[in-house]
Design a protein around this ligand. Structure first.
Ligand code: MRU
Length: 359
């Protein structure tokens, strides 16, 4: 059984507190959008798809408790709460696209004057609930395409893959994106070895990806971020596969800080560099990576680990949580649930799957 980061049954939501992993496995209840916002901001849940799913499910839970009796009022409440959830973390597009989509659904449903407020509520709640299953099935499809492409282009019988940050079951509704590709290679007997970076400063690789790889019994090795060039030089890496917080129209990709330097390293060493991007992480409204807002996080994430100081007191810190990898460095391609595309093809290939509402 794969790890379950999000537990939901009608009106009841709990999440695995990712700040406590790998030493403690503790689920916390999310009773409303204030809890959802806090959990996202504190990174008790993180990863672009999981942020949107938990944000929206926190709204579903709160909606099921409200006793609002007018459709207008309910519509305003949903839109206001969605806008609030988007403010928790700015870089990943998924929560923003979901908000846009559900706000548009509210506008459409309000046009139906015969729709009772309870039915209006249940339509939105059930559509939110569907996000869990559709994210999971998208990940499985994406992973199959990614694993297939790697094996077609790999010069060895089995692939050796390096990944960064955490893009697995913990970052999604299940299976994972970049880590899903590694999982699919392993399931098909095509994985020689996976390598994961520690992912400083917040150690999502060491704490979470390593945890998932051990849990799934996938052959894997942890490295520090600073070892990536040496790894590519010495270990015959077939491909680097990373996730995405936002891929824009020209293919430029915002992902966890450190992704950009891995792409430069991969180019130098002739290693294929892939970005795993479900359509929910694609943002057609922005032309290039220069338009993406990069979240900056507190200095303490650099200067302390589990509250223990590791840096000289008084030093200045800069802590951007993400960087932007230029499309030209994405030499393997962008892996989606609809196929693997060159960055330059993405806009055209994904067009049929993008609705006006943003999802
Ligand atoms: O700051 P985080 O941990 O939310 O960053 C996560 C990443 O950068 C992931 O690579 C990305 O969200 C994709 S998760 C499928």
């Amino acid at each position: 059984m794969t790890l379950e980061a999000i537990r939901y049954s009608k009106g009841k939501l709990s999440i695995l507190d990712q700040l406590l992993l790998p030493t403690q496995t503790q689920y916390i209840n999310v009773n409303n959008t204030n809890d959802g916002w806090q959990a996202i901001k504190k990174m008790q849940v993180r990863g672009a798809p999981a942020i949107a799913i938990v944000g929206c499910l926190s709204l579903a839970v709160e909606m099921l408790k409200t006793d609002i009796t007018s459709s207008e009022e309910l519509g305003n409440f949903i839109c206001e709460r969605l806008d609030y959830l988007v403010t928790a973390r700015p870089t990943a597009v998924n929560m923003g696209s979901s908000a846009k989509h559900f706000k548009q659904r509210v506008t459409t449903l309000l046009k139906d004057r015969d729709l009772k407020v309870e039915d209006f509520k249940m339509i939105i709640v059930e559509e939110i609930e569907k996000m869990l299953e559709s994210d999971r099935s998208d990940n499985v499809a994406l992973a199959k395409y990614g694993a297939g492409d790697i094996m077609e282009r790999c010069t060895h019988n089995k692939a050796r893959v390096l990944t960064h940050c955490n893009t697995g079951s913990l970052a999604t509704a299940g299976y994972g994106t970049a880590l899903g590709v590694i999982r699919a290679l392993h399931e098909d007997g095509n994985l020689d070895h996976a390598y994961c970076t520690e992912t400083r400063p917040y150690n999502q690789g060491a704490r979470l990806t390593a945890y998932e790889l051990v849990y799934e019994k996938i052959p894997a090795t942890l490295i520090c971020d600073s070892m990536a060039a040496m790894l590519m030089e010495r270990k015959k890496i077939s491909a680097v596969v990373v996730g995405a917080d936002r891929v824009v129209a020209n293919g430029d990709t915002a992902n966890k800080i450190g992704t950009y330097q891995l792409a430069i390293n991969a180019k130098y060493h002739n290693v294929l560099f892939y970005v795993a991007c479900p359509t929910t992480s694609y943002d057609a409204s922005k032309s290039t990576g220069a338009d993406i807002i990069i979240e900056e996080r507190p200095a303490e994430e650099l200067t302390k680990i589990q509250n223990i100081p590791i840096a000289a007191p008084g030093i200045n810190c800069w802590n951007p949580a993400f960087d932007v990898t230029p499309a030209e460095l994405i030499t393997g391609g962008i892996i989606t649930e609809h196929g693997v595309f060159k960055p330059s093809e993405l806009k055209h290939k994904l067009k049929p799957f993008i609705t006006k509402g943003g999802l």
